[in-house]
Design a protein around this ligand. Sequence first.
Ligand SMILES: *Cc1c(COP(=O)(O)O)cnc(C)c1O
Length: 458
Amino acid sequence: MLVNNIPYKTYLAESEIPNAWYNLRADMKVKPAPLLNPGTGKPLTADELTPIFCEELVKQELDNDTPYFPIPKEILDFYKMYRPSPLVRAYCLEKVLDTPARIYYKFEGNNTSGSHKLNSAIAQAYYAKQQGLKGVTTETGAGQWGTALSMACAYLGLDCKVFMVKVSYEQKPFRREVMRTYGASVTPSPSMETEVGKKILAEHPGTTGSLGCAISEAVEVAVKNPGYRYVLGSVLNQVLLHQSIIGLEAKAAFDKIGVRPDIIIGCAGGGSNLGGLIAPFMGEKLRGEADYRIIAVEPASCPSFTRGKFAYDFCDTGMICPLAKMYTLGSSFIPSPNHAGGLRFHGMSTVLSQLYHDGLMEARAVEQTSVFEAAELFARSEGILPAPESSHAIRAAIDEALKCRETGEQKDILFGLTGTGYFDLKAYEQFNDGTMTDYIPTDEDLAKGFAGLPKIDA
Ligand SMILES: *Cc1c(COP(=O)(O)O)cnc(C)c1O
């Protein structure tokens, strides 16, 4: 359908799927700070990382200079099952908002796992398989990453062991069964299966868990079992690299219709979809070729960017993972059980943290009920039932479009619609029943998390 000469959906041909990932770090003048060995306080070497991660992924993790990484043919073949993803003009939402702004979204929910996470899951599983490994371990919060990884592992014939944050394990039994159907084993975290799980349970009996705990458990199992490696669905440089496929496709689709977005918005949990969506645009900005306003949106209940500290911290609660310099609420911070499970991580990608610190992007925090109001408006106007995580970006996109209504400006707004919300209907139920509440940590709550930050001067 053509409206005002701009198509309703802009698709790339299969042959137009980018054949290389873009490494944003190559264009950063101030590089993200290196991961540190928690024992020595020194930057981690490839040799220290290979017992945890696959070799090829270690190379990607540590490479701050190579701008493009060719995507192996097997991964491209898998991408072709569900990519390119559409870039959609939200005509119906614009009409409801009565805004002169043009709103576009890049929809990543068109695969069974229901989110963008499959883009990195297939890459990480592929490199594990290539290295001759037996299997991988991981954590999952809301369950999207575990589902994506179990799909990728089923496709490649790898064993997949998932530690699922307990609150999600109980709230989302259906997602658990999808993972088991793809052959993964799923354990609620914290569990009695690991030393770190036993320790956390002893200290916090009855805890609903956190991504940080689940990461510690998954790493412990990977390190103790020969032939296994740990894989992570967000935060890491390698994950942002794989997710650059989102931004590269979006840029190609915009180029096709001759549009340049003014504002680019994404929800931020660990930063992977946002880092991927903005990659080529931020690259232009860093090289001085174009300017974009870029906005990260996070939950007010887990406000890493807007209220966190830019400091070295552990990525996990068990304090066994490397230290990363990032915006963090402290590795012991356990957010209240809000419904955007995928945004409940205490830290943030080091790449995005550095860009934010250098003033190259903005961040804002939004409350859960206002996020679901946006989700409902979006569902009723655009027809897609959005994931609660994605709805943070919808909230900000709507707010920016409403500002345009005030000023009369005709801005082009792009946001990342990272996934669908079919497994989040408990949350929608609370919203529809009017029983949903907003959890905002007090300064005292946050001070407890900051008190546990490791003392590192770097
Ligand atoms: C995991 C997830 C997110 C947040 O993760 P990032 O790494 O910050 O992108 C956002 N949306 C959905 C649907 C997710 O599953």
